[in-house]
Design a protein around this ligand. Structure first.
Ligand code: F6P
Length: 338
């Protein structure tokens, strides 16, 4: 099949580097003689036929920009067969022979559905959470970690002056990659991870257990003469499961330890800002690779990175994989992290 036009969409939560990926896709495609249509607001734009033609000049000056120039959304209609069919029909109507979908696992599931409906799709991993199993790296992870690290460094300045404890909540709905690496990089006294759930334990029970572990760790440090502490907590442990806000956790820790404690939720600041070099290069390499596959009419693939090499694999196979936090890093943190 001759591929004359491809589409690009960004879907789910945005991540820094999505623009760099869009740029690489457009430039590689156009230089291969393929036309490109940008699709606004994820799968919703595909259903609504909300497209824009993209040429080389349309993607200049965006490599350094956070967010996504195409907008993004979590599309409920696309979860239904009627929505998938409408999206596939629109691809045919507007001559879109293949599609690059930049997003997380949910977006890949949609790309698999659309591939089955006859539109070859290639998924690119874009999420700050780094929780996509078929790739060692996801676009946005490095920038988000650096944003969080720099924020915690700043919080630490004032915490040190006031001899306080800072409890900082970072993103991580299902996975603690950001919390773990940022916790190590900021010398956190404790890192609370979503993965730290004992069998049969409810989120509330986990919260209470972790809170006690934090208090014990702080008291231990206090006995050794430490006067300031930082604790990194993934949102799954606190606000996401509506167990407590990080501010409430700080109050409770203060009652348990007598240490003046403040809670800060970093929130969406972690998803913004100019992508780091790591993210710009990863996005560019993956975007380039997506076009290399798609121009051959090959779909139902997801692009990933392993041992520094960009590769692709079957979407369903990728979705069935599992990813765990690196044991060596967990071990390092337990021994020298704090
Ligand atoms: O991008 C992934 C993620 O950042 C999660 O860690 C977080 O829970 C979620 O997105 C929040 O996204 P939103 O506020 O856009 O729904």
């Amino acid at each position: 099949m001759e591929v004359k036009t491809i589409g690009i969409l960004t879907s789910g939560g945005d991540s820094q580097g999505m623009n760099a990926a869009i740029r690489a896709i457009v430039r590689n495609a156009v230089r291969c003689g393929i036309k490109v249509k940008g699709i606004f607001d994820g799968y919703q734009g595909l259903i609504d036929g909300n497209f824009i033609d993209l040429d080389i000049g349309d993607v200049s000056g965006i490599i350094q920009k956070g967010g996504t120039m195409l907008g993004t959304a979590r599309c409920v209609a696309f979860k239904e067969q009627a929505g998938i069919q409408k999206a596939a029909d629109n691809c045919r109507k507007f001559g879109i022979d293949g599609l690059v979908v930049i997003g997380g696992d949910g977006s890949f599931r949609g790309a698999g559905d659309l591939s089955r409906a006859g539109i070859p799709c290639v998924g690119l991993p874009g999420t700050i959470d780094n929780d996509i199993a078929c790739t060692e790296y996801t676009i946005g992870f490095d920038t988000a970690m650096n944003v969080a690290m720099e924020a915690i460094d700043k919080i630490r300045d004032t915490i040190t002056s006031h001899h306080r404890c800072a409890i900082v909540e970072v993103m991580g709905a299902r996975a603690g990659w950001v919390a773990l690496e940022v916790g190590i990089a900021t010398g956190a006294s404790y890192i609370a991870l979503p993965e730290n759930l004992l069998p049969g334990e409810s989120p509330k029970e986990r919260y209470e257990r972790i809170k006690k572990e934090i208090a014990d760790r702080l008291k231990e440090g206090q006995e050794k003469g430490r006067k300031n502490f930082t604790v990194v907590v993934a949102e799954a442990v606190t606000s996401l499961n509506k167990v407590a806000t990080v501010e409430e956790m700080a109050e409770e820790i203060m009652d348990m330890t007598g240490i003046d404690t403040r809670g800060t939720c970093l929130g969406h600041i972690q998803r913004g800002g100019s992508p780091t070099l790591r993210d710009r290069v990863a996005a560019t390499r993956m975007g380039y690779h997506a076009v290399q596959i798609l121009k051959e009419g090959i779909g139902n693939r997801v692009v990933g990175e392993k041992n520094g090499v960009v590769y692709d694999m079957d979407i369903q196979e990728g979705l069935s994989m599992k990813k765990y936090l690196p044991e060596d890093l967990l071990d390092i943190w337990r021994k020298v992290g704090y």
